[in-house]
Design a protein around this ligand. Structure first.
Ligand code: HEC
Ligand code: HEC
Length: 332
């Protein structure tokens, strides 16, 4: 019986959408044809959306619940999938939101606004075309050092619906300003874990702890997430690349103080503190299937083999300029 109900519901939704499309077509033929002046197109604009608005609102309320659930999964991932997760243990104690601020909506806070319009896309790391669920699972397996969700599960559909809603006003194929993580220019010298420790003690330790262990409530929920050790992201995570971590920290840390326009750290301090954090131990991920074409590895990918002669150490900490120059020379 529920199957039949579901079926009828789907059909009704389809009819609604079809009706709205028909109405839109009729409106655009009757209302706007031949009217090129600004005033007329304005009145055309108010006439056209009315018909679609009604249909969209109905569809919206159906989807809104799913979108809200997706947002909650991003903000409180640990509650659902962490070590005491209500839906089973799938991940460490991190929330997606720890690295994708304001549930992935904050400008320059590693937000998701480019995802809806740029996926599916080919990614060199996996050497395959990645859908949104695949990309979400990459972060589950690496940043949350956990397991992939079933890509047809209600939770994955909710996460995808939410991420898509964030990008719904972004033109196809474009990447809005402030999405993802900013690119810092490479420093002239190698980043220094020793100098980074000084930055860490002055600017980060108060929240993230002397040993990067973070601070949690008695029931194990992190107030300040860990930056290294067993509870942190693994060696396959995006943040294990120095440029990702330095770029994220520069715009966003210390939390709610530093911003893209008024960062607290200099570029060099960001690179150094990133070097300090990524010099510390963390869970290891089997990366043998990553980067099937090794010549596509990013300059700051910290694991060989490489198509160039530079060491893992130089690929991890720099100086990066000689690697970039050698690649340019080879390409020309
Ligand atoms: C420890 C930090 C961290 C956590 C936690 C994390 N991510 Fe990520 N995520 C990253 C980084 C770093 C990137 C790459 C950003 C870049 O290179 O611009 C990324 C990229 C992504 C992207 C692709 C964005 C794009 O524009 O291509 C998606 C989607 C994503 N993460 C989803 C999630 C989801 C869902 C979760 C929770 C299950 C999650 N992430 C948890 C660090 C994290
Ligand atoms: C005032 C407290 C505070 C200070 C100081 C602070 N952070 Fe954070 N940091 C946070 C909070 C809170 C989050 C998680 C944000 C969220 O979930 O919305 C976070 C998240 C992070 C993350 C991503 C999540 C993870 O666990 O990997 C990194 C990396 C990070 N901070 C690095 C730093 C660095 C480096 C500094 C010093 C330059 C620093 N933070 C200073 C509070 C702080």
């Amino acid at each position: 019986v529920t199957d039949i109900k579901e079926n009828i519901r789907l059909k009704l939704r389809f009819l609604l959408v079809a009706a709205s499309v028909t109405l839109t077509v009729i409106f655009s033929f009757t209302g706007c044809s031949g009217n090129k002046s600004a005033d007329n197109s304005k009145s055309g604009e108010t006439a056209t959306p009315k018909s679609t608005d009604i249909a969209e609102k109905t569809v919206d309320t159906v989807d809104q619940k799913l979108i809200e659930y997706g947002k909650d999964l991003i903000a409180n991932t640990s509650k659902y999938y962490g070590p005491k997760g209500s839906l089973g243990v799938k991940a460490n104690t991190l929330n997606c939101q720890n690295c994708h601020l304001d549930a992935g909506s904050r400008t320059w806070g590693n937000n998701y606004k480019a995802v809806a319009t740029t996926y599916p896309k080919f990614r060199d790391r996996s050497g395959s075309i990645e859908t949104i669920p695949k990309r979400v699972n990459d972060c589950f397996e690496r940043s949350l050092n956990g397991k992939a969700l079933d890509s047809s599960s209600h939770e994955m559909l909710a996460i995808v619906a939410y991420i898509q809603s964030l990008g719904k006003d972004v033109p196809k194929g474009t990447k809005p300003e402030g999405s993802g993580i900013r690119e810092l220019t490479f420093p002239a010298r190698a980043a220094s874990p020793a100098m980074g420790q000084t930055v860490y003690t002055a600017q980060c330790k108060s929240c993230h702890g002397q040993n990067g262990e973070g601070i949690k409530t008695p029931d194990g929920i992190y107030v300040y997430p860990p930056l290294w050790g067993e509870a942190s992201y693994n060696t396959g995570a995006g943040l294990f690349r120095l440029s990702r971590l330095a770029g994220y920290v520069k715009d966003n840390m210390p939390f709610n103080v530093s911003t893209h326009d008024k960062p607290v750290l200099t570029d060099e301090q960001s690179w150094d503190v990133a070097a300090y954090i990524n010099s510390k131990p963390r869970p290891k991920k089997d990366l043998s299937k990553d980067w099937p074409d090794i010549s596509k590895k990013p300059v700051d990918h910290p694991f060989g083999p490489y198509a160039d002669g530079f060491s893992e150490k130089q690929h991890k900490y720099g100086p990066f300029a000689p690697i970039v120059a050698a690649r340019k020379k080879q390409a020309s």
